[in-house]
Design a protein around this ligand. Structure first.
Ligand code: CUA
Length: 355
């Protein structure tokens, strides 16, 4: 039964590490940062396995070779006091092993924290690298592109094959920014800005899911596990198109149902949620400018109108402790009717900047 337990635990570990899911697996790195971290992981694993093997072999040899003989041998074995050779070996070997671990670790640590090129500009005074300001809120994420003047919530869009710099700050308590297959897991604090960079070495359209998944990696409250966001990496040209589309004024809703929804939204939701991609940052709720382009609602729910209506009515059931109250009401102070919910859902789903 021990073996069965062992097999079960192994299966559980493999399942938990998300081994086969390249959109969210640290074991399938999709960029320089994740690759460096992965290499350190492999290096330290090899060193640790080596140590375990050597110690185990010595241990088993000692047990077998020096066990008490069957005939009741009471003779005291040879007593050794001090051995310069042995002491040299067991001091030198750990030092060498620690150096093998320490040198690449220290090098990578400084390399991955190097943000000196962050604010560098070219001859025209434009920034050489894209910078994204990330703000963590209780259970959702905001991404502001200061140079481009645009804001998104819950979806980070980045160009591939270049360095992207991040400023991380929290609006409330400590969170941690992590895109498992690309890197990170850097604390997001309310009192200081943490800076680092990532590189995305392939477009997310190559993934089965079409997006990478990002997570909060710091236990922050009842909905910590649901504090997800999606990451789209686009070729530079496509990225520029996306930025241009975001910078345009949102078009008024064209369908009648969505038009009704727009009006309801304007009366009931606009106090907390901006609609324009260039709208004000730092509102209490996520900007919904790209709602129709998202593939999750609230970071993890199915992206369809039925789910959306349920979410609007019972946000606390799906994401306990988030700031959106249950029982949202319309202009007249009444709970939303089925028709009003339909209209709101149609409107939100019509908000899109992608083709
Ligand atoms: Cu935010 Cu966990």
């Amino acid at each position: 039964t021990n073996w069965r337990l062992f097999a079960l635990m192994t299966a559980l570990l493999v399942f938990l590490s998300g081994c086969g899911r390249e959109e969210v697996s640290t074991l399938i790195p999709a960029g320089k940062v994740a690759q460096d971290q992965f290499n350190l992981l492999i290096l330290s694993s090899i060193v640790m396995i080596f140590v375990i093997l050597v110690v185990s072999i010595i241990y088993v040899l000692a047990i077998v070779k020096f066990r008490r003989s069957k005939l009741g041998d009471d003779m005291i074995p040879e007593q050794v006091e001090g051995s310069a050779k042995l002491e040299f070996i067991w001091t030198a070997v750990p030092i060498v092993l620690l150096l093998i671990l320490a040198v690449p670790t220290v090098y990578s640590t400084f390399d991955l924290a190097d943000v000196t090129a962050m604010d560098s500009v070219n001859e025209e005074g434009e920034q050489n690298h894209l910078t994204v300001n990330v703000t963590a809120y209780l259970y959702w994420w905001e991404f502001e592109y200061p140079e481009q003047g645009i804001v998104t919530a819950q979806e980070l869009v980045v160009p591939t094959d270049e360095r992207v710099y991040f400023n991380l700050i929290s609006a409330d308590i400590k969170h941690s920014f992590w895109i498992p297959s690309v890197g990170g897991k850097l604390d997001v604090n309310p009192e200081n800005v943490n800076k680092f960079y990532l590189e995305f070495d392939k477009p997310s359209s190559e993934l089965e899911t079409g997006v990478f998944y990002g997570k909060c990696a710091e236990l922050c409250g009842p909905s910590h596990a649901l504090m997800d966001f999606k990451v789209k990496s686009l070729e530079r040209e496509e990225f520029n198109e996306w930025v241009a589309a975001m910078q345009e004024e949102p078009e008024p809703a064209s369908e009648t149902l969505a038009q009704d929804g727009e009006e309801i939204f304007g009366n009931s939701c606009i106090n907390c949620h901006a609609v324009s991609g260039t709208g004000p940052a730092g509102m209490s709720g996520p900007n919904v400018a790209t709602f129709g382009d998202r593939n999750r609602i609230a970071g993890y729910l199915e992206h369809d109108e039925e789910t959306l209506k349920n979410w609007i009515e019972n946000p606390q059931e799906y994401k306990p402790g988030n700031l959106m109250p249950d029982g949202a009401t319309n202009n007249g102070g009444e709970p939303f009717s089925e028709e009003e919910l339909d209209a709101l859902a149609a409107y939100l789903m019509s908000l899109t900047v992608e083709e």
